[in-house]
Design a protein. Structure first.
Length: 567
């Protein structure tokens, strides 16, 4: 069997997933068991993986599923706790006071606050926190998930304090061999990695500036009474301003300081600037945009996370809560996330409570772990406990109610993810097989490279996005494909750093269509079963991102003649 056939077969689970979820509008609950079975069949009978290796990959996926569900549970539990303490009522009023315009609210919560959370934690945390918060202030659940997923783009390459670059790209490349080549040009590995970081930051800076505008246009088009793109575009001065408030400090930090802090710094700066601008009405349209009354919403917009009028009324037994106290749990989450990723002592303390599963079923390279305190889920849980203690006299009642409501939501998500993530692990682990052929991800990437030839940079970002779609992680996509992107660039005698940068940017954009990210975000608002509806929408900004990135990289190489080291 030739490499083209392997490449086409490797794409089969992806194509089938798209047909069932998007084309036939099946739910992930029906789709993912089938996709897992197809992937396992390919692994066993085409790739000649051993049954032991497939089984260990499934177990590895199940352990990772527990980690994802832990984050989802933490996000829902915190929101439900704040609902029962009355803090959500104060937060909702606070955003209404900043601006009653839903477009402005989406930009502040999803874009500004979400990008900061991505920089601190990554791994889908911003969508898991932003989506239920948007529901709590009156957004339809499907719209909240869409906004939450769309922030999984620009800040993602430097999410979790730079993990996709520091771990993903760094560990995905043959550093020893590349360092030897760099030495011949008088450069070191650190110089090359920083060059990639700078190029990623610049590309994202250009493309990401327009993301807030695209977000609000999607909001008004799909969730407005008039189904109008124009109503979203009407806020373009404020949206572009909000985009620049993030991308300028983000890009400068990436170019001059490295991969750890661009999203953190950009998020913090944008929150401070954009919130103050909105309060003063700077660039905000005079006409306020809002959703139709909830009674007119289609049933598919609605999730099981319901915030009633009673939830939006502070407890009468408690003193009136200040805005700072209402927001304090979310600020505490952000602080804990930053400290846990930056301070080694605190990180080690949280990581000490870890369950390690090494060499699963004897497969040396297949391992997994679960760190309940270090994962964002543990920190969200801590913040919920603090909120209950300080925000209400009836803390035990609030926590009990929040626990029951959150548990029901997570159980639904668990069924879907227990098929989705094991499928991803089989796909990734397929490189070790009895047929001695390339892994499924590499086989599909090689098919693209052979098809496009010198136009390969145009689709480098698309390959990165497909990797994230499959793996549910841009970090994993970078680990899978960075070396392949390097080799393709070297064979074409073009800049490898720029092609790898395109891979990283595309992988970040791919998070908008990563299946288990959509499932996890949907779970936080009780909207399981509507994953196809979300994917049909998020594919639009994903295409914008990868096409724009491809054009920028092609222009840099062939129009402006950029080469860089090793070209």
């Amino acid at each position: 069997m030739n490499q083209t056939i392997y490449g086409l077969l490797a794409l089969l689970p992806i194509v089938l997933c798209g047909i069932l979820l998007i084309g036939l509008q099946w739910s992930a609950k029906k789709t993912m068991p089938i996709i897992l079975a197809v992937t396992a069949g390919l692994a066993l009978f085409i790739w000649d993986m051993t049954l032991n290796r497939v089984s260990s990959s499934i177990i590895q996926g199940m352990v990772i599923t527990v980690s994802v569900l832990w984050i989802v549970f933490g996000a829902i539990f915190l929101l439900n706790t704040l609902k029962h303490t009355g803090a959500i009522a104060v937060i909702r009023a606070g955003f209404t006071n900043v601006s009653p315009d839903r477009r402005v609210q989406a930009i502040i919560i999803a874009w500004c606050f979400g990008t900061f959370l991505e920089g601190a934690a990554g791994f889908g945390t911003p969508a898991a926190i932003a989506a239920p918060l948007l529901v709590a202030i009156g957004f339809p659940a499907l719209g909240a998930v869409l906004m939450g997923m769309m922030i999984q783009s620009t800040p993602v390459s430097f999410g979790a304090v730079g993990t996709p670059i520091v771990i993903g790209v760094n560990k995905g490349l043959d550093t020893a061999a590349i360092s030897a080549q760099l030495a011949q040009e008088g450069l070191e590995w650190g110089d090359f990695l920083q060059l990639i970081t700078s190029q990623v930051a610049i590309i994202h800076g250009v493309i990401g500036t327009f993301m807030p505008l695209i977000m609000v246009m999607m909001l008004t088009r799909f969730f407005g009474k008039n189904k109008s793109w124009k109503e979203g575009f009407a806020i373009w001065p404020f949206a572009i301003f909000a985009g620049l408030a993030f991308t300028i400090p983000y890009t400068l930090t990436g170019v001059f300081l490295g991969p750890e802090f661009p999203s953190l710094v950009g998020g913090l700066v944008s929150v401070a600037i954009v919130v103050n601008a909105a309060k003063r009405g700077f660039l905000v349209p005079k006409t306020t945009w809002d959703f139709e009354p909830q009674k007119n919403w289609p049933s598919e917009w609605m999730g099981k996370l319901v915030v009633s009028k009673d939830d939006l009324t502070p407890n009468l037994d408690d003193k009136k809560m200040s805005t700072i106290m209402a927001w304090f749990p979310y600020l505490l989450v952000a602080l804990l996330l930053v400290c846990s990723r930056v301070f080694e002592g605190f990180k080690s303390f949280l990581s000490s409570a870890t369950l390690d599963f090494t060499s699963l079923l004897g497969e040396a390279d297949i391992s997994a772990s679960f760190s309940p305190l270090y994962l964002p889920g543990g920190l969200l849980l801590i913040s919920a406990l603090v909120a209950a203690a300080f925000q209400t006299k009836n803390s035990s009642s609030a926590l009990n109610s929040a626990f029951k409501e959150s548990g029901k939501t997570v159980l639904g998500a668990g069924f879907v993810l227990i098929f989705t993530i094991p499928m991803v692990r089989i796909f990734i682990n397929s490189g070790i097989n009895l047929s001695d052929v390339a892994s499924m991800p590499v086989a599909s990437a090689e098919l693209f490279a052979g098809t496009f030839g010198s136009a390969f940079p145009l689709i480098s970002a698309t390959i990165g996005a497909l990797g994230a779609f499959i793996a549910g992680s841009n970090t994993v996509s970078n680990m899978m494909f960075s070396q392949f992107q390097f080799e393709a660039a070297m064979s074409l005698h073009i800049s490898p750093s720029l092609v790898i940068a395109a891979q990283a940017v595309g992988a970040a954009a791919g998070n908008m269509i990563a299946i288990h990210n959509v499932v996890a975000a949907s779970a936080t608002v009780g909207l399981l079963g509507m994953e196809g509806a979300t994917l049909r929408r998020t594919i639009l900004p994903t295409l914008y991102y990868v096409l724009f990135c491809g054009i920028i990289v092609m222009a840099a190489i062939y129009l402006f003649g950029f080469q860089g080291p090793l070209a």
